[in-house]
Ligand binder design. Structure first.
Ligand code: NDP
Length: 451
């Protein structure tokens, strides 16, 4: 049977664009549909704009530190409008680059929402298009819980476009997005309260990292309240009134929810054609990203494996090589490094101590908590933390965790070592770079013994 295309991709985010580009380079005739802006969550309303805002928010601390290093910094002020305008300009530039990538790789773009008609047919607007293979790469979107007055709240999407900078902000949640945005607003001068419903933020991270970061962000001025959750939100003349479940009432200018993201599968017509979904709406996939319909694949956040851009990109490349390159392979989801762009940053790869004990039984722990050198002149109280988890039986380092400046940059390289199954002896044989925070990774010799 003749099809219009070899591959039709739904969703032009990180995973979809990479899969379409590689498939095309392997000889496939490819089209892609996007209902919003080409680039997807990471480029348009996620990693990229977020990191630009993180850079912006860090200056307040840098200006303060500068004095101890002999600088006289004049009066400083910040223009949120200018930051947002400059950030938008950069996002527009990246959006154009993504269009160029599609053009240069002969990937035809259909601007509009695509839905599935049958296992080989997609509808975009009034057009029906056929393809031998279909790739679902529709990503995810913020979940806003059902709280009275939730219509007054924003998600990270709106936080990136606020017309006015809020001087008082409540951030709800304790995951990646919540801690990152709490840090952004705090650094830019807002009075920030972060509400987390359970015991400690960053659930799923190593417990030492959770506790260390919680203490660091509080030192920086974030009012972190655990076991706290809004019960209702009301608009008042001066802003918003937020009543917590424990009856406390807070006044704020903005309330941002970062309470998780949901895979974008609603209304695509997936189940009608036999593509099975998980209970949370994510597309069920085999390790090679094939769905329960054999010519339909899915990559990225919509599959709810690991919701990170570089993971979606790897999955997209593995898909293209499997289907069009004659090199079947599944992405390896083990030891994926990641960073939280909180202030200070968190970098993590491999297992938490708890997970390692469960899998390996006996583990050795190395940890170090110290004052970064930069703080020696400023008198600042910020601390850094490094932790390694080693399987006693094999001496292999199975987890590495860093909290501190540049943790994201450092963990990238440590990730290679874990991928290579490096042993603690090999870490020890590596000479440190002095003076640096990273040298701690290769200089810790004393096993941690719980007192
Ligand atoms: P997460 O799932 O990481 O965190 C959600 C948070 O909201 C948790 O603290 C959760 O609490 C809390 N929560 C969930 N539901 C409710 C509710 N109804 N009421 C109150 N609190 C609630 O989601 P995020 O939105 O922060 O991020 C989504 C994903 O995006 C991340 O998991 C990550 O993979 C990716 N991401 C990665 C980044 C990076 O690499 N730097 C940056 C941003 C996002 P509890 O712990 O109790 O469940």
């Amino acid at each position: 049977m003749e099809f219009d295309y070899d591959l039709f991709v739904i969703g032009a985010g990180s995973g979809g664009v990479r899969a379409s580009r590689i498939s095309s380079s392997l000889g496939a005739k490819v089209a892609i549909a996007e209902e919003f802006r080409v680039g997807g969550t990471c480029v348009i309303r996620g990693c990229v704009p977020k990191k630009l805002l993180v850079y912006a928010s860090h200056f307040s601390e840098d200006f303060e530190d500068a004095a101890a290093y002999g600088w006289t910094v004049g009066e400083t002020s910040h223009s949120w409008e200018k930051l947002i305008a400059n950030k938008d300009k950069e996002i527009d530039r990246l959006n154009r680059i993504y269009h160029t990538i599609l053009d240069n790789n002969n990937v035809e773009l259909y601007q509009g929402r695509a839905t599935l008609v049958d296992r080989n047919t997609v509808r975009v607007g009034d057009k029906e298009i056929t393809a031998k293979y279909i790739l679902i790469a529709t990503g995810g979107a913020p979940v806003m819980p059902d709280v009275p007055g939730i219509e007054h709240a924003i998600s990270s999407n709106e936080a990136l476009h606020l017309e006015e900078f809020p001087t008082r902000v409540i951030v709800v949640g304790g995951g990646y997005i919540a801690v990152e945005f709490a840090g952004i607003f705090n650094g830019l001068g807002a009075e920030v309260t972060q509400l987390y419903r359970s015991t400690q933020i960053l659930r799923g991270f190593d417990a030492d990292v959770q506790n260390f970061l919680a203490s660091e962000i509080q030192k920086k001025g974030i009012n972190l309240r655990t076991h706290s959750n809004p019960a209702k939100i009301e608009k008042t003349e001066s802003g918003l009134k937020v009543t917590l479940e424990d009856g406390d009432v807070l006044e704020t200018d903005a309330i941002m929810y970062a309470t998780g993201r949901r895979p974008n599968t609603a209304g695509l017509g997936l189940e009608d054609i036999g593509v099975e979904l998980k209970d949370n709406g994510a597309v069920k996939v085999a390790p090679d990203s094939q769905t329960t319909v054999d010519n339909i694949y899915a990559v990225g956040d919509v599959t709810d494996r690991i919701a990170l851009t570089p993971v979606a990109i790897h999955e997209g490349m593995a898909f293209a090589e499997t289907v069009f390159g004659g090199r079947p392979r599944a992405m390896d989801h083990e030891n994926v490094p990641s960073a939280v762009f909180s202030q200070p940053q968190v970098g993590t790869v491999g297992l938490t101590e708890e997970e390692a004990r469960e899998i390996y039984g006996k583990v050795d722990i190395y940890k170090s908590e110290f004052r970064p050198m930069k703080q020696t002149l400023t008198g600042g109280t910020e601390k850094a933390f490094v932790k390694l988890i080693v399987s006693q039986e094999s001496d292999i380092v199975v987890g590495a965790h860093i909290v501190g400046g540049d943790a994201a940059e450092i963990i990238q390289a440590v990730g290679i070592a874990l991928k290579c199954k490096a042993t603690k002896a090999q870490f020890d044989a590596t000479v440190g770079v002095h003076p640096s925070l990273a040298e701690e990774i290769v200089t810790m010799r004393e096993k941690f013994v719980a007192s």
